[in-house]
Design a binder for this molecule. Structure first.
Ligand code: NDP
Ligand code: 8X3
Length: 246
């Protein structure tokens, strides 16, 4: 039986991914900061809960090193924990928000990856699925540090592929567009009206949609590696270049 570690499993994509793999009998390690939610989900899915903040390097390494033996050989790591904070233009943005995005989306993802990867290489198999974003591919006003952090995830994923050639370890960067989770509620710091407006009058992606995509990538034959997968709601598309006119 295979083991999957999902970070950010207390809501949204992470929770849906955990549920998707639990249905197929995978052994689950779920990680997040909100212990009450984590414990509840762990009980329901018979998962191993790791209450941990991915920004805390020492805690991350200790948590991975002290996994119970039956959960220790991680076959799939889904680096999903992440967030956007604020949508102000760069000259008005809160620098604490920028720092938290960098610490979580970039550094946290690196810590978990670095803690899990040696075991995968040693076992000669494994799959790292990073949750990137369309924000890494297309700029938008207010996307500044968030899009930048996801651009890191995209390039880091490709560079991992280069380093891991011949090891049997696969790497995928999954790049979703608009999806209705707690993402916007977090971005707008609990403002339900602002968060709701993001998805008004359109059909966004769901956590289940993304869980299905992760499941597909992971269950492909071992010789197939999806490098990048970008998924948008059909209702979302591209705009023209912005031109400032006097
Ligand atoms: P949610 O807010 O619903 O989920 C985010 C998850 O990340 C939560 O479980 C949260 O858990 C966890 N998390 C945040 N910070 C930390 C931390 N420091 N340590 C550990 N866990 C943390 O949003 P989504 O499900 O939408 O987001 C999941 C990922 O998908 C993110 O990386 C996001 O950037 C990305 N994404 C989202 C899109 C969308 O439109 N929704 C589109 C493209 C990408 P807790 O608070 O308990 O720690
Ligand atoms: C989330 C998608 O467009 O809100 O990564 O940045 S977007």
């Amino acid at each position: 039986m295979k083991t999957i570690l999902v970070t950010g499993a207390t809501s949204g994509f992470g929770e849906a991914i955990a549920r998707r793999f639990a249905k197929e009998g995978w052994k689950l390690v779920i990680l997040g900061r909100r212990k009450d939610r984590l414990d509840k989900l762990a009980k329901e899915l018979k998962a191993h809960a790791v209450a941990c903040d991915v920004r805390k390097r020492k805690e991350v390494f200790e948590a991975i090193a002290s996994l119970p033996r039956e959960f220790g050989a991680i076959d799939v790591l889904v680096n999903n924990a992440g967030l956007a904070l604020g949508m102000e233009p760069a000259h008005k943005a809160d620098l604490d928000d920028w720092e938290q995005m960098v610490d979580t989306n970039i550094k946290g993802l690196m810590f978990v990856t670095r803690a899990v990867l040696p075991g995968m290489v040693e076992r000669g198999r494994g799959h790292i699925v990073n949750i990137g974003s369309t924000a890494s591919n297309y700029p938008y006003p207010g996307g500044n540090a968030y899009g930048g952090s996801k651009a890191f995830v995209k390039q880091f994923s490709l560079n991992l592929r280069a380093d891991l050639q011949g090891t049997g370890v696969r790497v995928t960067n999954l790049e979703p567009g608009l999806a209705e989770t707690e993402f916007s509620l977090v971005r707008f710091k609990g403002d339900q009206d602002k968060a709701g407006a993001v998805y008004k009058g359109m059909q966004p992606l769901t956590g289940q949609d993304i869980a299905e995509a992760v499941h597909w990538c992971v269950n492909l034959p071992a010789h197939m590696n999806v490098n990048r997968m970008e998924i948008m709601p059909t209702a979302q598309s591209f705009g023209p270049f912005a031109v400032h006119r006097k």
